[in-house]
Design a protein around this ligand. Structure first.
Ligand code: PEP
Ligand code: MG
Length: 574
């Protein structure tokens, strides 16, 4: 029976394909009863799986570099302790024997039992260890299920497959850079979550916040995903199929037309050049940036080099990644943001499960508290600066002390390279992200001490409007044109202009053509976005007259009345 689901369209385009339903956050297991002659064999299968995870953890331990933060080792200790505890390694064996159930079922039952016990504990720290138990159990389940990752990723031809998941982490999405599904849909998530940002970087349709899609849709069902409207049609009838096939063709045609703009100059109708840079997550993304005509990398989210692995990337590995990007961009600017983990980008062993991770020890706060790790990254970036126009950018500054300490860390990295006789660009520029309202309000002070500023509107909106960017429950409050957000952006651009320091926007606002004229009118001359959005934004710039826009945006800045604002925005985009 055909039915339609509505969510948030986070990456445009239309896909029609066969569903692959993933269970990731909690691995789904089969439940079956064994005949008595298979019980011993099943217990042996369970013991083998425990043994294999034990070996896996041992080999992980051997790979930890000497300069890795102590937490990484402590994290492994904790997981080994959980694995070796009889509550996990012994109790399921008894369940298999007494209930004659399969090993996965026994382990899942025991996990639920343990989690209930954790819930009853008053101590918040101990209660938080629940997540560690789940992670260890998932490792064993994956071995029992016979594949290392429970995402349905083994098919060679995924081109017509649409992934349906309850939730996908940014780390999952990074994995999909190598396996092309034709679309993604999830039950949860917000439009500026990192998962959504990565979906856009893959340039495939994606809808989030569908709430029950994962329960309602079955493997192998045909679905239509409209990533623009946020609509998913399950088991479509012939009319719906025909209509969406037509829309898909139209979409592809429009895309082809846009490609003609790749080499055209990015300038407004009145002739002002506007710089269009690309955001990347991995060195391989540079190809798409160059194909789209980006004239620089405005944001290299370096944290994605740290994901989907048990160890931290060492200095040489990071250096090679940064150097490759610098060389590929042949002299064009490459802004490497220092590690920005935490909140919706957790990193096992480094970030903690705190009550409110978006307000916790993330980004520059975390780097400053892990000096050895930070030193390694800064040395790697500085080394890469010898091969191109590399710049360093600090995420999530909220006070000047953080800037002072970062500068000291950069100085230390430079001194150590000099002592080692290793070349780097002595004039490498240092910039900061303005993404905390406190930093926006005192942008002049940051602009005085930095070479450039970049406004991270995703976090700036999250913190200004007090909405978790990854929580679909408050996604309706996400509003980039909220007067408070617009005022803050205007203030940062003004501060940069006054001091002659370049300001860019590298949050998702920069890649939304409906907001291009607003940003132009606020004085923005440098945009950085996912490569997939670059040509639509360029198209908008080419049709824009700065003088007209400027007047309207000045009015917008003086208006708070919603109806008047609506009509001003309509006029602005006409
Ligand atoms: C932002 O916050 O706008 C930004 C560009 O950084 P990220 O999305 O990685 O937090
Ligand atoms: Mg940010």
């Amino acid at each position: 029976m055909s039915f339609t689901l509505h969510g948030i369209g986070v990456s445009p385009g239309i896909a029609i394909g066969v569903c692959r339903v993933a269970s990731h956050t909690r691995i789904e297991v089969a439940h079956y009863v064994l005949s008595s002659q298979f019980v011993d064999k099943e217990i042996a299968r369970f013991d083998d799986a425990i043994g294999s995870v034990r070996n896996e953890m041992e080999s992980l331990r051997k790979q930890i570099p000497a300069n890795a933060p102590a937490e990484l080792s402590a994290f492994l200790d904790m997981h080994q302790m959980i694995l070796n505890d009889s509550m996990l390694s012994e109790a399921p064996r008894q369940l298999i024997r007494s209930q004659q159930c399969n090993a996965e079922w026994a382990l899942a039952q025991q996990m639920e039992h343990l989690l209930e016990q954790f819930d009853a504990i008053d101590d918040a720290y101990i209660r938080e260890r629940k997540a560690d138990v789940v992670q260890v159990v998932e490792r064993v389940l994956k071995v029992l299920l016979g594949h290392p990752d429970n995402l349905p990723s083994t098919e060679s031809n995924l081109a017509d497959c649409i992934l349906v998941a309850h939730d996908l982490s940014p780390a999952d999405m990074i994995g999909f850079k190598h396996q092309r599904y034709s679309a993604f849909i999830t039950d949860v998530g917000g439009a500026t979550s990192h998962t959504a940002i990565l979906a856009r970087s893959l340039n495939i349709p994606s809808v989030m916040a569908l709430h029950h899609a994962h329960e309602l849709i079955r493997d192998n069902e045909i679905i239509i995903v409209d990533g623009e409207q946020g609509v998913v049609i399950v088991d479509p009838d012939d009319n719906e199929l025909e209509e969406y096939q037509l829309r898909q063709e139209q979409w592809q045609l429009e895309h082809q037309k846009l490609r003609r703009l790749t080499s055209s100059r990015s300038a407004t109708l009145d002739g002002l050049d506007i710089e269009l840079h690309a955001n990347i997550e991995l060195p391989g993304d540079v190809d798409a940036a160059r194909e789209a005509g980006a004239t620089g990398i405005g944001l290299f989210r370096s944290e994605f080099l740290f994901m989907n692995r048990a160890d931290l990337p060492g200095e040489d590995e990071q250096f090679e990644a940064y150097r490759d990007v610098a060389i590929s961009m042949v002299g064009q600017p490459v802004v490497i943001r220092t590690l920005d983990v935490g909140a919706d980008k957790p990193l096992g062993g480094l970030t903690e499960l705190t009550l409110n991770p978006a307000l916790g020890r993330r980004a520059i706060r975390l780097c400053l508290s892990e000096p050895a790790m930070f030193h390694t990254q800064l040395r790697a970036i500085l080394r890469a600066s010898h091969y191109g126009n590399v710049r360093i950018m600090i995420p999530m500054l909220s006070n000047l002390q953080e800037l002072r300490l970062t500068r000291l860390a950069v100085e230390r990295a430079r001194a150590s390279l000099q002592a080692d006789g290793i070349s780097f660009d002595p004039a490498v520029k240092l910039g900061g992200m303005i993404e905390v309202p406190a930093a926006a309000l005192m942008a002049h002070a940051f602009a005085e001490q930095l070479d450039f500023l970049s406004i991270g509107t995703n976090d700036l909106i999250q913190y200004t409007l007090a909405i978790d960017r990854a929580d679909d429950g408050v996604a309706y409050l996400y509003n980039p044109s909220h007067p408070a957000v617009v005022q803050l952006i205007a203030q940062v651009i003004r501060a940069g202009d006054k001091l002659g320091k370049p300001v860019s926007v590298c949050g998702e606002m920069a890649g939304d053509p409906r907001l291009t004229r607003l940003l132009l009118g606020l004085g923005l001359r440098r945009f950085s976005m996912q490569s997939a959005s670059l040509l639509s934004v360029k198209q908008q710039i080419l049709k824009s007259d700065l003088e007209k826009i400027g007047l309207l945006v000045q009015k917008i800045l003086r208006t708070t009345d919603e109806e008047k604002l609506d009509s001003l925005y309509t006029r602005l985009n006409q």
